[in-house]
Write a protein of this length. Structure first.
Length: 344
């Protein structure tokens, strides 16, 4: 049985937090909001509890988890050989959507790191997540709270859709504000390398660090494991997703939409508000993601849009690329991994 507890996002009720923290302490699973997406948390120091995360998600054990802390002061508990650079990164971006890959402390079990000698760590920027982790008094291992390979959850309803009966408690703190996952940054190389683009942009990191590399699709990281999200396919809706890029993207989307509708297909479109009128054909399911010049709106609504079109029963959803500046890079990464076909 999964219990859902509503909490006020900015001022979570202590009773709900205490109840959820006690479940973490006793080896249970708690789904909770972060600023990016909902996480599926367990006590990171308890291998049996961590094993429940993999079972609940249907996630392969080779895919390591992010450890969440309530404060950067706790970092030495989970990571060692911390480069001085981390102080500046933590001061600039924590609490927030930046995950750092650092050498692990032995106390972090292999179940969390998938046998790697490194651990992924972040301090999430959400009052509910921070209160929960602080009350539990332990680092909290948490992947996104979706079934493996599926679209990440940005509401408690999304979590329940995927994991009802597989998680003890869901703290419902409303929709997440950022909507895409954290940026995963590897500091063991020079220059530092983005393994997964996310909420902290490449430009923001470069303003602090100078040039930063971005791992391309075909590279592997040191341990020889697939880079984050490389386990195809990822972030994916149930329906096929066709991703359009390049100058003619919108024209091509219109053409394909017309063809699908003419053939009697059930089609969805994920587009910016300004673009919606161009897709207003009878029978088309159009989901507006927000203003095309505010990528934070597009990011906030992308996963909800995929899930809404799935719920509407479309066979295929059409979406365009949003460039590579700012959050565009994270959007491109998720859309490419979710896509069944890329047209450019
Ligand atoms: O925003 C987020 O990061 C969310 C919220 C819940 O914090 N979490 C999240 O977790 O997206 P997950 O498990 O869905 O993605 C974690 C990513 C994976 O791609 C994993 O491969 C990578 O982080 N990762 C974890 N540990 C790593 C390590 N030691 N070295 C390289 N990559 C690692
Ligand atoms: Mg995930």
């Amino acid at each position: 049985m999964t219990q859902t507890l509503p909490v006020t996002p900015q001022h979570p009720e202590p009773a709900a937090i205490q109840h959820a923290a006690a479940i973490l302490q006793s080896g249970g699973l708690v789904a909770f909001p972060t600023e990016t997406v909902y996480g599926l948390g367990a006590n990171a120091l308890d291998p049996a509890a961590v094993a429940k995360i993999f079972a609940a998600k249907g996630r392969p054990s080779e895919d390591p988890l992010i450890v969440h802390l309530a404060s950067a002061n706790d970092l030495p508990r989970v990571a060692r050989d911390i480069p001085p650079l981390v102080n500046a990164l933590a001061a600039a971006f924590w609490p927030g959507p930046l995950t750092l890959i650092l050498p692990r402390q032995p106390v972090i079990p292999h179940a969390v790191t998938a046998g790697l000698e490194t651990v992924a760590v972040r301090v999430p920027g959400h009052p509910v997540a921070l209160a929960l982790i602080a009350a539990a008094g332990v680092p909290v291992a948490a992947p996104s709270a979706n079934r493996f390979g599926h679209t990440s959850p940005t509401t408690a309803a999304h979590v329940l859709h995927d994991l009802a009966g597989r998680v003890d408690v869901v703290l419902d703190g409303g929709p997440t504000t950022l909507g895409v996952e954290s940026t995963v940054l590897d500091l063991s190389t020079t220059p530092a390398r983005i393994l997964r683009p996310g909420g902290v942009t490449r430009e923001q990191l470069e303003a602090l660090l100078g040039p930063v590399a971005v791992q391309t699709k075909h590279e592997k990281h040191e341990a020889g494991l697939p880079a984050p999200g490389l386990l195809e396919k990822h972030y994916a809706p149930r329906a096929a997703l066709w991703l359009f890029s390049g100058e003619a993207a919108l024209d091509r989307m219109q053409t394909h939409l017309t063809e699908f509708l003419a053939a009697g297909g059930k089609v969805g479109v994920l587009c910016a508000d300004e673009e919606a009128p161009a897709f207003a054909q009878p029978g088309a399911c159009v989901f507006r993601l927000g203003s095309s010049i505010l990528l934070e709106e597009i990011a906030r609504n992308l996963y909800a849009g995929m899930r809404a079109l799935d719920a509407a029963g479309v066979e295929v959803m059409l979406c365009r690329d949003f460039g590579e500046s700012g959050l565009g890079l994270a959007l491109r990464d998720r859309l490419t991994k979710a896509a069944t076909r890329v047209i450019d």
